[in-house]
Ligand binder design. Structure first.
Ligand code: GLA
Length: 376
């Protein structure tokens, strides 16, 4: 599977960890349709770790779904998800056990890929715990990629080696469609800020076909569930979501979408932000102006149809006023051109700027605009 745009969906880990079940997955599938998330593009429903029995079947050597959590087996769950128009995602790991200590796919790659194909999986998140010390990391991802391709079903490989072995340099060549580049996110401003900042120089490797995955979103978790930490304010969630959109990161929701609140739903279905994330050209933004060790950067992203996305960030703890001379975007005063702006959060017309733009931002806030070049 070759993802032309950053994959979008929901993953169980951030909120549910081992508290997953047939019922919970079906309710989530229902919610994704009823709340308009599927219509907005969130198409994958991914079951993360903790879905299986603790041991493989002693006769077939297959991984078996947990009989209590999934009494109807996994194909029944997958069928339900597909009937709703969603795609179905599974999870395994390249080592001998998953990160939460369930059976994993080392030396069972082809058998497991076939099993996932039998379930009707469209997506496989493939983790990196408990791998034998002297085994080559890239080879483990090549193996599962080949196993999926041999499985008889189109299953996207979502690699998850947390950035090991300079993953951005080789993962595209394995056939994977996205790749985790960082350690695990928790529901706090500092966590998503540092995860984002760690990848600033690597987003140039992320493009249609294989996207840099900076982890599942914590947006809307409101400090509940498995990766709860200090929680985030609405301003911080807005900044998190906007950064993920601006940098074409996969948008995998991690909150409990069955109970998603209105503020979060509005944010994650915002058509301007999704237009930026899903732009078919999938270009990385450039840093138009650096500020304070990347804490106050201004980003500019060239998109299709002669549109642009402009983002001001303030990741610092105090209020700041940022200055952008349009010269830094490649629009000199002598051109006679300026930018007409739409505020991405509100959809409001933000007028035309020329020569200089100023943006005041509260702590941890951002501003995002969709821009067009106009005579000014
Ligand atoms: C690792 C991954 C997480 C999650 C857990 C499951 O930590 O990075 O995203 O899949 O394993 O155990």
């Amino acid at each position: 599977m070759f993802p032309k745009k950053p994959p979008m969906g929901f993953n169980t880990w951030n909120t549910f960890a081992e508290n997953i079940s047939d019922e919970m997955i079906r309710q989530t599938a229902d919610a994704m349709v009823e709340k308009g998330l599927l219509a907005a593009g969130y198409e994958y429903l991914v079951i993360d770790d903790c879905w299986s029995e603790r041991q493989r079947d002693s006769v077939t050597d297959k991984i078996i779904p947990d009989r209590k959590k999934f009494p109807n087996g996994m194909k029944a769950v997958s069928d339900y998800v597909h009937e709703k128009g969603l795609k179905f995602g599974m999870y395994s790991c390249a080592g001998v056990r998953t990160c939460a200590d369930y059976p994993a796919s080392f030396d069972h790659e082809f058998l497991d890929a076939k099993t996932f194909a039998e379930y009707g999986a469209d997506f496989l998140k493939y983790d990196f715990c408990y791998r034998p010390e002297n085994v080559n990391g890239p080879l483990l991802y090549r193996k599962m990629s080949m196993a999926l391709k041999a499985s008889g079903r189109d299953i996207m490989l979502s690699a998850c080696n947390w950035g090991s072995d300079n993953v951005h340099q080789w993962i595209r060549s394995t056939g994977a469609g996205m790749y985790r580049s960082t350690g695990d996110i928790t529901d706090s401003f500092v966590s998503f800020r540092d995860i984002f900042l760690s990848q600033i120089d690597n987003f140039v490797y992320s493009a249609p076909g294989c996207f840099n995955d900076i982890d599942m979103l914590t947006v809307g978790m409101r400090n509940r569930g498995n990766v709860a930490a200090s929680g985030c304010t609405d301003t911080e969630y807005r900044t998190e979501f906007a950064l993920w959109c601006m940098f074409s990161a996969p948008l995998m929701l991690g909150c409990d979408v069955r109970n998603i609140d209105d503020v979060t739903l509005k944010l994650v279905t915002n058509k301007h932000l999704l237009r930026i994330n899903q732009d078919e050209e999938g270009r990385p933004p450039f840093i138009a102006r650096y500020g304070s060790d990347n804490m106050r950067n201004i980003y500019f992203k060239v998109m299709s149809d002669n549109e642009f996305a402009l983002m001001f960030t303030n990741l610092e703890d105090g209020e700041y006023r940022l200055w952008l001379p349009l010269e830094d975007l490649g629009i000199p005063v002598s051109s006679g051109k300026g930018l007409s702006l739409i505020n991405a959060f509100t959809g409001e017309d933000a007028g035309i700027v020329k020569e200089n733009m100023y943006q005041s931002l509260e702590a941890h806030d951002c501003a995002v605009y969709i821009a067009k070049i106009v005579d000014a």
